[in-house]
Design a binder for this molecule. Sequence first.
Ligand SMILES: Cc1cc2nc3c(=O)[nH]c(=O)nc-3n(C[C@H](O)[C@H](O)[C@H](O)COP(=O)(O)OP(=O)(O)OC[C@H]3O[C@@H](n4cnc5c(N)ncnc54)[C@H](O)[C@@H]3O)c2cc1C
Length: 576
Amino acid sequence: QCAPADTSKTYDYIVIGSGAGGIPIADRLSEAGKTVLLLEKGPPSSGKFGGTMKPSWLQGTNLTRFDVPGLFNQIWADGNGVACEDTGVMAGCVLGGGVAVNSALWWKPHPGDWDRNFPDGWKATDMAKSTDKVFQRIPGTTVPSTDGKLYLQQGFDRVSKGLDTAGFKQLDKPNDYPDQKNFTYGHAAFFIEHAERHGPLRTYLETASARTDKFTLWTNTNARRVVRTKGHATGVELECRNGAGHSGTVNLTPGTGRVIVSAGTMGSAKLLFRSGIGPTDQLNVVKSSSSDGATMISSDQWINLPVGYNLDDHVGTDIQISHPDIVFYDFYAAYNNPVAADKDAYLKSRTGILTQVAPNLGPIAWTQHTPSDGIVRHVQWQARIEGNTKSMGSNFRKLQVSEAHVVTAAMTITQYLGNGAISRGRLTITPQLNTQVATAPYLRNATDKEAVIQGIDTMRSALSKVQGLTWIKPTAGQDTTAFVNSIPTIPASRNSNHWVGSNKIGTDDGRSGGTAVVDLDTKVYGTDNLFVVDASIFPGMTTGNPSAAIIIASEKAAERILALKAPTKSRIVRDV
Ligand SMILES: Cc1cc2nc3c(=O)[nH]c(=O)nc-3n(C[C@H](O)[C@H](O)[C@H](O)COP(=O)(O)OP(=O)(O)OC[C@H]3O[C@@H](n4cnc5c(N)ncnc54)[C@H](O)[C@@H]3O)c2cc1C
């Protein structure tokens, strides 16, 4: 049921969004004795926190589709009530955000992910303590099944033979060597424990929730905008969702309260726009909208910052191979119609193929490439085995995995171009107040493209040593440049779901021509108690999948924010 917020109750911190950024900081702030309200627009996800979305075979258990690794790819088959409806690209709008719906890939960041992208105070040495804290709580594993076995490894084995021959070094546990990201490979690491989704939901959110006197969580509650006078926030306006949650305005502790916006790269930009913070053209779109126009904060209080610029994502380029030994497992079919033995193994002993993340990920490899501008680009290669009933030609044998699931198999290897990439895009808002990728951040710079081509040539050469392998994409004789040019540089073809950057951290204040939206304490320029803590503050892309880095940044931000003095009245007036 939709309930109005109690206006007499105030909070030291209101955290908006319960994803990789929001959950850890909400936990740390409540641990420090502050009263914290965590707002999440989506419904509960994991069974541990009241989630209910599940196939019939999980009825009677405390598990949902978000908990069982073999069901993680269900978001691509059925995103209803799970995927955000107001973002032009895929994002999770449930409790946990991206870390409830993602593939749980879990990488300790390369030192260069901080050193090359972030300003002073956020370099690798500054982040070491936060990194240790995160990896102590969430160590991750390369072997999710409780019997210590990895299942259906034929794809891994065939590809790794090629990598070995080409001189790649296999790392037993890649997270023990975060700085070794060149000509290395290994099994994928996941934040999975006891064969269930782990990560912030099962660590930070559990400890926060145990502090019942300090921590409050409202799901199905959308933050419409921050209520502020000049640069000082006083509360957050709310909207119920899904016939539940809270409405009205929730207030901060007068004078000392703070708002932390952790609504994701798309969601945080949108919230700032609706709160009168951003480029004037975007604020005018909100001002003209039927939903917000009449009640939007007046234009003399707008804060002109480059929100939405600096948008980044891994540039995804898929290559595809097949090999007669590769075995496909139909995880999609397992949702409604699991193989009985696999279901039993999972439910009875947390063993078997369903403990592994769909769609059978790995190996993961890393290379580095230096195009003509001399700037080293980091590349991660992420293999997955897919069934493909279309356009597979006669090169594929029919493969009988179980009586129910007959398919052909191929291995797609996605090249992620990350750390070092130069191209950036822009996110804007539509009159319906949906966010959209107005300028895609993919290969707008010629040297980024050179790096992609160099990388694909390296991988083609490495895998050419694998006997019996057939190239699907690019085809055997195809020129690599022509292949790369044939793939459009739009989200539909290149999206990696790793969006960062719309509220960049930095010392060059965006109000006076700089590029930064938040300062080194993650405080929005021109405000004294409004912060952004999530992927959107990242100046550039990480080497691997970014969730661990975002959680580490959240730990760091908690430390810095707690060390700040409360605002004084004179500063509030001066800042705007
Ligand atoms: C399908 C998919 C697969 C991925 N796979 C991986 C992977 O395997 N490994 C990895 O490291 N990364 C992966 N990622 C990326 C990773 O999950 C994200 O980078 C990360 O979750 C971003 O963290 P965040 O805190 O910035 O935002 P999110 O985690 O997206 O959290 C934002 C939260 O804010 C909520 N919200 C938004 N607006 C409002 C509002 N106005 N009011 C209240 N709440 C609001 C949203 O519902 C959401 O819960 C994947 C992402 C997706 C979508």
